[in-house]
Design a protein. Structure first.
Length: 206
């Protein structure tokens, strides 16, 4: 009878341990390993990194522009040519790439050069009245460009056949200022037979 009761008690004890889950079994095993029940410190949970814990990395230097800013503090670039009914027009853009404000007032000075950088015999007009169908040009007005701001001037002419494989524009912001030479990006300008080029005054870009 005693053996039966002991076996029965053991069976009940095992069943009770299993019923309470693995955590209870682990506590029982820990009690046997540590009879004095000395508290075992649990490892501290990992601390999630914060922005303050991250190392400070100095920002890298910005990449240098492909074209350095000229000594004048402005950069001139040609635009695309647009045309309809024999009329051609394009813009040139002047950007203040310097560190100080830049003053503009009036018209650019323009010369059209051939592929050897020799000037064509072309009359450049302040205004567009000499170019049929070009429409009136606005009146000139003083402008101040902050660093990074731009202004544009329009060029217009009547289409004729080009006689060069490349053309260049020599453009200065105003008479007496140092010009910049830029190549037209749509191929040669087809105005060399008409000999007339109209310009508009500088206008501030939006």
């Amino acid at each position: 009878m005693t053996v039966i009761r002991i076996g029965h008690v053991l069976t009940l004890a095992v069943a009770a341990v299993l019923a309470t889950g693995c955590s209870s079994l682990e506590r029982e095993l820990e009690r046997e390993r540590n009879p004095a029940r000395t508290a075992t410190p649990e490892p501290a949970p990992p601390v999630a990194p914060t922005d303050r814990a991250l190392p400070t990395i100095a920002p890298s230097e910005p990449a240098a522009p492909a074209t350095a800013c000229p000594a004048s503090g402005v950069r001139i670039a040609p635009g695309l040519v647009q045309g309809a009914m024999g009329l051609r027009a394009m813009t040139v853009t002047l950007t203040n790439c310097g560190t100080r404000p830049y003053e503009l007032n009036g018209y650019p000075t323009v010369r059209v050069l051939d592929e050897d950088r020799a000037p064509y015999d072309i009359t450049v007009h302040q205004g567009t009245d000499a170019i049929p169908m070009a429409g009136p040009a606005p009146d000139p007005a003083p402008l101040t460009l902050k660093p990074g701001e731009s202004a544009w001037s329009g060029l217009s002419w009547r289409m004729m056949s080009p006689d060069a494989s490349r053309t260049f524009l020599e453009i200065a912001p105003a008479a007496g200022e140092r010009p910049q030479t830029v190549e037209t990006i749509d191929g040669p300008l087809d105005l060399t037979d008409t000999g007339q080029l109209g310009t508009t005054p500088w206008q501030k870009s939006d």
